[in-house]
Ligand binder design. Structure first.
Ligand code: EPZ
Length: 443
């Protein structure tokens, strides 16, 4: 899929933020722990959710859309233990079925996960946690296999506050007899959402949101209805877009607290940010001021907004520094932004960005989800036309991305590669809204 972006129009207006991708993917997996019906509200219709749904069905669970953004899930009877490699290689979150199936004290065999190529993304902390809970864990031929041994709660220290490892251990411990303590746990809002969801199903999780999480294993889990938190990364992307294009954008349906690190940085670079209740308005009133950014686990600046911020800093007065402390290969947007006139020098975990007057449209290629988002922002700011190939990566994490940006005044056309330019659509069709990947299937 290609996006054709005409740059130079300041974005203005209001956009409603969808449910969080990274919470939805964890909760879909966690629903397997209950044998009763689970309803998840505020789930975004994005490609990664579609893939996670395919995995649910491959494991023997039932899942369907009920209304616009509600999923109905039902897991009953014996489940398969294998996740097909073709599905697992698409998204990192396939690995979250490890903890969910462990909570059912079943054997689980999953292919090493795929996902954005932003680093090696090992699974050592996940496997350490499951092993300490009493699982016999093996990693052979590209597959992780965990077979229940003598399962018992324990104290697990994470060398790094890994989001996925914290989620997998929390889920597995929720169904393991005894008390488990996770030390140096991840504190992201998505961790708190998962803990609240486990508790809504009858789990006993305390301390989520701090670096010490205590889980008392229980044997029975019931069905529930639960609403996913708003997506702080989607919200931040639109907030940065206001600065990049020199406009004024209000994001609605947000939890302001989750965006504090982003708000602080946008104010540092000279944008006006007004936050109240569940909405935030970002306005550019003058020059962008250079600043330095270090990505850190929450509540530090989120690594998922590092690439979009790079575009803003590329247009700043002065030289900025970005240090990427979470992933080892997350500056891939830099080369494509340089094709648009940005001045960026990358050395290991550091990017030095010398601000320029403006960017110019070019043909660029998205390498991963958030790098793709940064290229869209750059295209909106650039003079002239930008063609973004591999743009289907954006549908992995941004619901109705063309429609939402178009509603703010962006001039974007969606061109599916196979159409040879014959078919230009300004937003996803009704069927694609139902099924984000239909656009790829139909093209
Ligand atoms: C989650 O990935 C998110 N994905 C990522 O969002 C996000 O960037 C990341 O957390 C950090 O916030 C989902 O929730 C589906 P980690 P995850 O385990 O769980 C190292 C997006 O764009 N590590 O916290 O994979 C790892 O290599 C995506 O929405 C180990 O060393 O992140 C990395 O350097 C991208 N051993 C660091 O920790 C392990 O066992 C952070 O990884 C696990 C991780």
């Amino acid at each position: 899929m290609k996006l054709i972006v005409q740059g130079g129009t300041p974005l203005c207006g209001r956009v409603r933020v969808s449910g969080a991708k990274n919470s939805s993917l964890a909760l879909i997996a966690a629903s397997a722990i209950s044998g009763e019906e689970v309803y998840l509200d505020n789930v975004p219709k994005i490609a990664d959710v579609k893939t996670q749904m395919e995995i649910v069905r491959a494991l023997g669970g039932q899942v369907s859309w009920e209304g616009s953004n509600t999923l109905r899930l039902k897991w009953h009877g014996s489940l398969n233990t294998d996740i097909p490699y073709s599905m697992a290689k698409k998204i990192r979150a396939s690995n979250l079925f490890l903890g969910a199936m462990a909570a059912k004290k079943g054997t689980i065999k999953i292919p090493l996960p795929g996902g954005c190529n932003i680093g090696s993304r090992p699974m050592d902390l996940h496997l350490k946690g499951l092993g300490m809970l009493g699982y016999d864990v093996s990693l052979e031929h590209g597959y992780i296999e965990a077979r229940p041994g003598k399962l018992k709660g324990c104290s697990i220290y994470l060398d790094f506050p890994s989001v996925g490892a914290t989620e997998n251990i929390m889920m597995a411990a929720a169904g393991t007899p005894g008390t488990t303590v996770i030390e140096n746990a991840a504190k992201e809002p998505e961790i708190v959402d998962l803990a609240n969801f486990l508790n809504a199903m009858g789990g006993r999780v305390r301390g989520a949101g701090t670096d010490l999480i205590i889980i008392d294993g229980v044997s029975e889990f019931k069905g529930t209805r639960f609403s996913v938190i708003p997506d702080r990364v989607e919200a931040g992307t639109y907030m940065i877009a206001a600065g990049v294009t020199g406009g004024e954008v209000t994001v609605e349906n947000v939890i302001v607290k989750h965006l504090q690190p982003v708000i602080a940085k946008l104010q540092d670079v000279g944008l006006t940010v007004d936050a109240n209740e569940d909405q935030i308005t970002v306005k550019r009133t003058g020059d962008i001021v250079a600043t330095d950014i270090k990505t850190l686990p929450y509540p530090g600046f989120p690594t998922d907004l590092q690439s979009p911020m790079m575009v803003l800093l590329a247009l700043a007065e002065g030289t900025s520094l970005i240090v990427e402390n979470v992933f080892e290969n997350r500056f891939q947007a830099a080369d494509e932004l340089k094709r648009m006139g940005a001045k960026i020098q990358v050395k290991s975990h550091t990017a030095v960005i010398e601000g320029v007057q403006g960017l110019s449209g070019a043909q660029v290629k998205a390498s991963d989800l958030r790098a793709g988002a940064s290229l869209l922002l750059a295209g909106l700011a650039a003079q002239g036309e930008t063609e973004i190939s591999c743009a289907e990566l954006l549908t992995r994490g941004y619901e109705r991305v063309v429609g939402k940006f178009s509603s703010l005044g962006a001039e974007i056309k969606c061109l599916s590669e196979e159409d040879d330019g014959l078919e230009l659509r300004t937003s996803l069709t009704a069927s694609e809204k139902e099924d984000p990947q239909a656009s790829r299937a139909s093209s």
